[in-house]
Design a protein around this ligand. Sequence first.
Ligand SMILES: Nc1ncnc2c1ncn2[C@@H]1O[C@H](COP(=O)(O)OP(=O)(O)OP(=O)(O)O)[C@@H](O)[C@H]1O
Ligand SMILES: [Mg+2]
Length: 275
Amino acid sequence: MSDSPYQDDRGNKDRSITRAGGGGTSQHKPSGGTARPAPGTPFLIGEAMTGGYGKGPDILHACTIAVEPGEIAVIVGPNGAGKSTAMKAMFGMLDVRSGRVMLDGEDITALSPQDRVVKGMGFVPQTHNIFATMTVEENLEMGAFIRRDDFHDTMTQVYDLFPILKEKRLQPAGQLSGGQRQQVAVGRALMTKPKVLMLDEPTAGVSPIVMDELFDRIIEVARTGIPILMVEQNARQALEIADKAYVLVQGANAHTGTGRELLADPDVRRSFLGG
Ligand SMILES: Nc1ncnc2c1ncn2[C@@H]1O[C@H](COP(=O)(O)OP(=O)(O)OP(=O)(O)O)[C@@H](O)[C@H]1O
Ligand SMILES: [Mg+2]
Protein backbone atom coordinates (compact mmCIF):
# COMPACT_ATOMS: atom_id res chain seq x y z
CA MET A 1 0.00 0.00 0.00
CA SER A 2 1.57 3.26 -1.05
CA ASP A 3 1.68 6.01 1.51
CA SER A 4 2.63 8.57 -1.07
CA PRO A 5 0.99 11.95 -0.90
CA TYR A 6 -2.09 12.17 -3.03
CA GLN A 7 -1.83 14.79 -5.73
CA ASP A 8 -5.12 14.10 -7.38
CA ASP A 9 -7.48 15.84 -5.04
CA ARG A 10 -6.18 19.37 -5.03
CA GLY A 11 -8.32 22.32 -5.96
CA ASN A 12 -11.59 20.94 -4.73
CA LYS A 13 -14.55 23.21 -4.37
CA ASP A 14 -15.23 25.10 -1.21
CA ARG A 15 -18.65 23.66 -0.36
CA SER A 16 -20.37 24.18 2.92
CA ILE A 17 -20.68 21.43 5.50
CA THR A 18 -22.53 23.66 7.93
CA ARG A 19 -26.08 23.20 9.02
CA ALA A 20 -27.14 26.61 7.84
CA GLY A 21 -25.23 26.74 4.58
CA GLY A 22 -22.71 29.51 4.16
CA GLY A 23 -19.63 29.49 2.03
CA GLY A 24 -15.99 30.25 1.66
CA THR A 25 -14.36 33.55 2.27
CA SER A 26 -10.79 34.51 1.60
CA GLN A 27 -10.07 34.45 5.32
CA HIS A 28 -11.26 31.55 7.39
CA LYS A 29 -13.33 33.80 9.57
CA PRO A 30 -16.97 33.71 8.51
CA SER A 31 -18.06 36.88 6.79
CA GLY A 32 -20.98 37.39 9.13
CA GLY A 33 -24.67 37.51 8.34
CA THR A 34 -25.69 34.77 10.74
CA ALA A 35 -26.53 35.38 14.37
CA ARG A 36 -23.44 34.79 16.45
CA PRO A 37 -22.45 35.36 20.05
CA ALA A 38 -20.57 38.59 20.74
CA PRO A 39 -16.90 38.52 19.82
CA GLY A 40 -14.85 36.99 22.58
CA THR A 41 -17.64 34.64 23.63
CA PRO A 42 -16.38 31.09 23.29
CA PHE A 43 -18.58 28.69 21.36
CA LEU A 44 -17.08 25.82 23.31
CA ILE A 45 -15.17 26.13 26.54
CA GLY A 46 -13.74 23.67 29.02
CA GLU A 47 -13.39 25.93 32.01
CA ALA A 48 -10.95 25.23 34.86
CA MET A 49 -11.22 21.49 34.21
CA THR A 50 -9.67 19.31 36.90
CA GLY A 51 -9.88 15.54 36.66
CA GLY A 52 -8.30 12.23 35.75
CA TYR A 53 -9.15 8.69 34.75
CA GLY A 54 -11.39 6.63 37.03
CA LYS A 55 -10.17 6.90 40.60
CA GLY A 56 -6.65 7.81 39.44
CA PRO A 57 -4.82 11.04 40.14
CA ASP A 58 -5.77 14.31 38.55
CA ILE A 59 -4.27 14.68 35.08
CA LEU A 60 -5.85 18.06 34.35
CA HIS A 61 -5.30 20.92 36.78
CA ALA A 62 -7.74 23.80 36.34
CA CYS A 63 -7.18 23.56 32.60
CA THR A 64 -9.10 25.97 30.40
CA ILE A 65 -9.51 25.52 26.64
CA ALA A 66 -11.89 27.50 24.46
CA VAL A 67 -12.76 27.97 20.83
CA GLU A 68 -14.64 30.95 19.49
CA PRO A 69 -17.08 31.06 16.57
CA GLY A 70 -15.36 30.83 13.21
CA GLU A 71 -11.94 30.25 14.71
CA ILE A 72 -9.28 27.58 14.79
CA ALA A 73 -7.94 26.91 18.28
CA VAL A 74 -4.91 24.72 18.72
CA ILE A 75 -3.53 22.81 21.70
CA VAL A 76 0.17 21.99 21.69
CA GLY A 77 2.52 20.66 24.35
CA PRO A 78 4.87 17.82 25.17
CA ASN A 79 3.91 14.14 25.08
CA GLY A 80 1.84 13.20 28.09
CA ALA A 81 0.93 16.83 28.85
CA GLY A 82 -2.76 15.98 28.90
CA LYS A 83 -3.77 17.32 25.50
CA SER A 84 -5.87 14.26 24.61
CA THR A 85 -7.19 14.13 28.16
CA ALA A 86 -8.39 17.73 27.85
CA MET A 87 -10.15 16.88 24.58
CA LYS A 88 -11.76 13.79 26.14
CA ALA A 89 -12.89 15.87 29.12
CA MET A 90 -14.58 18.33 26.78
CA PHE A 91 -16.24 15.47 24.90
CA GLY A 92 -17.49 13.83 28.10
CA MET A 93 -15.25 10.78 28.10
CA LEU A 94 -13.78 11.74 31.44
CA ASP A 95 -15.44 13.01 34.61
CA VAL A 96 -14.26 16.43 35.55
CA ARG A 97 -14.01 16.72 39.33
CA SER A 98 -14.27 20.46 39.11
CA GLY A 99 -14.77 22.94 36.33
CA ARG A 100 -17.35 22.81 33.59
CA VAL A 101 -17.87 22.51 29.86
CA MET A 102 -20.09 25.01 28.08
CA LEU A 103 -21.34 24.68 24.51
CA ASP A 104 -23.00 27.68 22.91
CA GLY A 105 -23.84 29.06 26.33
CA GLU A 106 -25.23 25.80 27.71
CA ASP A 107 -23.64 23.84 30.53
CA ILE A 108 -23.06 20.35 29.08
CA THR A 109 -20.75 19.06 31.83
CA ALA A 110 -23.16 16.28 32.79
CA LEU A 111 -23.95 15.09 29.25
CA SER A 112 -22.73 11.80 27.76
CA PRO A 113 -20.55 11.89 24.64
CA GLN A 114 -23.56 10.76 22.54
CA ASP A 115 -25.66 13.61 23.86
CA ARG A 116 -22.82 16.02 23.07
CA VAL A 117 -22.80 14.75 19.48
CA VAL A 118 -26.53 15.43 19.32
CA LYS A 119 -25.81 18.95 20.62
CA GLY A 120 -23.38 19.50 17.75
CA MET A 121 -19.94 18.31 18.85
CA GLY A 122 -17.87 16.37 16.33
CA PHE A 123 -14.83 14.59 17.74
CA VAL A 124 -12.04 12.75 15.96
CA PRO A 125 -9.99 10.90 18.58
CA GLN A 126 -6.22 10.42 18.33
CA THR A 127 -6.42 6.65 17.84
CA HIS A 128 -8.98 4.12 16.62
CA ASN A 129 -10.81 6.82 14.72
CA ILE A 130 -12.00 4.70 11.78
CA PHE A 131 -13.61 1.30 11.31
CA ALA A 132 -10.77 -0.39 9.42
CA THR A 133 -12.72 -3.36 8.03
CA MET A 134 -15.63 -1.26 6.83
CA THR A 135 -15.54 0.58 3.53
CA VAL A 136 -14.93 4.29 3.32
CA GLU A 137 -18.59 4.86 2.54
CA GLU A 138 -19.77 2.67 5.41
CA ASN A 139 -17.53 4.71 7.71
CA LEU A 140 -19.25 7.88 6.55
CA GLU A 141 -22.67 6.27 6.99
CA MET A 142 -21.70 5.33 10.54
CA GLY A 143 -20.89 8.99 11.12
CA ALA A 144 -24.48 9.86 10.27
CA PHE A 145 -25.85 7.55 12.95
CA ILE A 146 -27.56 10.30 14.92
CA ARG A 147 -29.32 11.75 11.91
CA ARG A 148 -32.93 11.16 11.09
CA ASP A 149 -32.85 13.22 7.91
CA ASP A 150 -31.34 12.41 4.52
CA PHE A 151 -27.57 12.65 4.86
CA HIS A 152 -26.64 12.14 1.22
CA ASP A 153 -26.05 15.84 0.58
CA THR A 154 -23.54 15.89 3.42
CA MET A 155 -21.82 12.83 1.97
CA THR A 156 -21.54 14.66 -1.36
CA GLN A 157 -20.00 17.61 0.49
CA VAL A 158 -17.51 15.33 2.25
CA TYR A 159 -16.57 13.79 -1.11
CA ASP A 160 -16.15 17.29 -2.57
CA LEU A 161 -13.85 18.18 0.30
CA PHE A 162 -11.90 14.90 0.07
CA PRO A 163 -12.26 13.67 -3.54
CA ILE A 164 -9.92 10.72 -2.97
CA LEU A 165 -12.51 9.28 -0.59
CA LYS A 166 -15.08 9.17 -3.36
CA GLU A 167 -12.65 7.28 -5.54
CA LYS A 168 -11.96 4.80 -2.74
CA ARG A 169 -15.47 4.70 -1.33
CA LEU A 170 -15.86 0.93 -1.75
CA GLN A 171 -12.45 0.05 -0.30
CA PRO A 172 -11.97 -1.02 3.31
CA ALA A 173 -10.80 2.09 5.14
CA GLY A 174 -7.94 0.13 6.72
CA GLN A 175 -6.33 -0.24 3.27
CA LEU A 176 -5.95 3.52 2.81
CA SER A 177 -2.79 5.54 3.47
CA GLY A 178 -2.38 7.35 6.77
CA GLY A 179 -3.43 10.70 5.38
CA GLN A 180 -6.44 9.19 3.64
CA ARG A 181 -7.52 7.42 6.83
CA GLN A 182 -7.40 10.77 8.62
CA GLN A 183 -9.66 12.17 5.89
CA VAL A 184 -12.09 9.32 6.54
CA ALA A 185 -12.04 10.14 10.24
CA VAL A 186 -12.66 13.86 9.65
CA GLY A 187 -15.31 13.05 7.03
CA ARG A 188 -17.06 10.71 9.45
CA ALA A 189 -17.21 13.49 12.05
CA LEU A 190 -18.54 15.95 9.46
CA MET A 191 -21.40 13.57 8.65
CA THR A 192 -23.11 14.59 11.90
CA LYS A 193 -23.13 18.21 10.64
CA PRO A 194 -21.24 19.35 13.73
CA LYS A 195 -21.41 22.89 15.05
CA VAL A 196 -17.86 22.50 16.36
CA LEU A 197 -15.18 20.04 15.33
CA MET A 198 -12.53 18.64 17.68
CA LEU A 199 -9.52 16.92 16.11
CA ASP A 200 -6.85 15.11 18.13
CA GLU A 201 -3.63 15.07 16.08
CA PRO A 202 -5.20 14.89 12.63
CA THR A 203 -1.78 14.88 10.96
CA ALA A 204 -0.11 12.23 13.14
CA GLY A 205 2.20 9.98 11.18
CA VAL A 206 1.78 11.61 7.77
CA SER A 207 4.44 13.16 5.53
CA PRO A 208 4.96 16.95 5.51
CA ILE A 209 3.21 17.28 2.13
CA VAL A 210 0.17 15.34 3.33
CA MET A 211 0.23 17.38 6.53
CA ASP A 212 0.02 20.61 4.49
CA GLU A 213 -2.87 19.12 2.50
CA LEU A 214 -4.75 18.17 5.64
CA PHE A 215 -4.18 21.60 7.17
CA ASP A 216 -5.57 23.18 3.98
CA ARG A 217 -8.69 21.06 4.26
CA ILE A 218 -9.08 21.85 7.94
CA ILE A 219 -8.84 25.57 7.15
CA GLU A 220 -11.42 24.98 4.43
CA VAL A 221 -13.80 23.40 6.93
CA ALA A 222 -13.25 26.33 9.31
CA ARG A 223 -14.09 28.71 6.46
CA THR A 224 -17.51 27.11 6.16
CA GLY A 225 -18.16 28.43 9.67
CA ILE A 226 -17.38 25.38 11.81
CA PRO A 227 -15.05 26.35 14.67
CA ILE A 228 -12.21 23.88 15.11
CA LEU A 229 -10.33 22.79 18.21
CA MET A 230 -7.28 20.78 17.31
CA VAL A 231 -4.42 19.09 19.12
CA GLU A 232 -1.24 19.15 17.06
CA GLN A 233 2.19 17.62 17.34
CA ASN A 234 3.50 19.89 14.57
CA ALA A 235 3.55 22.91 16.83
CA ARG A 236 5.04 25.49 14.50
CA GLN A 237 2.69 24.74 11.59
CA ALA A 238 -0.28 24.55 13.94
CA LEU A 239 0.51 27.91 15.52
CA GLU A 240 0.74 29.42 12.05
CA ILE A 241 -2.91 28.62 11.37
CA ALA A 242 -4.21 29.13 14.92
CA ASP A 243 -6.42 32.04 15.85
CA LYS A 244 -6.00 30.95 19.47
CA ALA A 245 -3.40 28.63 20.89
CA TYR A 246 -2.80 26.84 24.15
CA VAL A 247 0.40 25.29 25.38
CA LEU A 248 -0.36 22.64 27.99
CA VAL A 249 2.29 21.37 30.36
CA GLN A 250 1.53 18.73 32.99
CA GLY A 251 -2.18 19.17 32.65
CA ALA A 252 -2.14 22.92 33.16
CA ASN A 253 -2.21 25.99 30.92
CA ALA A 254 1.37 27.14 30.41
CA HIS A 255 0.90 29.70 27.61
CA THR A 256 -2.19 31.10 25.89
CA GLY A 257 -2.41 33.60 23.07
CA THR A 258 -2.97 34.00 19.38
CA GLY A 259 -0.91 31.62 17.26
CA ARG A 260 1.22 34.57 16.20
CA GLU A 261 1.84 35.66 19.80
CA LEU A 262 3.00 32.22 20.83
CA LEU A 263 5.21 31.89 17.75
CA ALA A 264 6.90 35.12 18.84
CA ASP A 265 7.12 34.23 22.55
CA PRO A 266 10.77 33.53 23.44
CA ASP A 267 9.76 31.03 26.17
CA VAL A 268 7.52 29.10 23.81
CA ARG A 269 10.15 29.18 21.09
CA ARG A 270 12.88 27.90 23.37
CA SER A 271 10.80 25.18 25.03
CA PHE A 272 8.54 23.96 22.25
CA LEU A 273 9.72 25.17 18.87
CA GLY A 274 13.39 24.37 19.03
CA GLY A 275 14.53 27.99 19.50
N1 LIG B 1 -6.93 5.84 29.69
C1 LIG B 1 -6.04 6.30 30.58
N2 LIG B 1 -6.03 5.84 31.84
C2 LIG B 1 -5.14 6.33 32.77
N3 LIG B 1 -4.23 7.27 32.50
C3 LIG B 1 -4.20 7.76 31.26
C4 LIG B 1 -5.10 7.31 30.23
N4 LIG B 1 -4.83 8.00 29.08
C5 LIG B 1 -3.81 8.83 29.38
N5 LIG B 1 -3.44 8.70 30.67
C6 LIG B 1 -2.38 9.47 31.35
O1 LIG B 1 -2.73 10.85 31.30
C7 LIG B 1 -1.58 11.66 31.10
C8 LIG B 1 -1.83 12.56 29.91
O2 LIG B 1 -1.98 11.75 28.73
P1 LIG B 1 -2.56 12.32 27.38
O3 LIG B 1 -2.76 11.16 26.49
O4 LIG B 1 -3.70 13.20 27.67
O5 LIG B 1 -1.33 13.21 26.90
P2 LIG B 1 -1.10 13.92 25.49
O6 LIG B 1 -0.67 15.31 25.80
O7 LIG B 1 -2.28 13.72 24.63
O8 LIG B 1 0.15 13.10 24.93
P3 LIG B 1 0.56 12.71 23.41
O9 LIG B 1 1.27 13.92 22.87
O10 LIG B 1 1.50 11.57 23.60
O11 LIG B 1 -0.68 12.35 22.67
C9 LIG B 1 -0.41 10.70 30.94
O12 LIG B 1 0.27 10.65 32.16
C10 LIG B 1 -1.07 9.38 30.60
O13 LIG B 1 -0.29 8.33 31.09
MG1 LIG C 1 -2.59 12.79 22.83
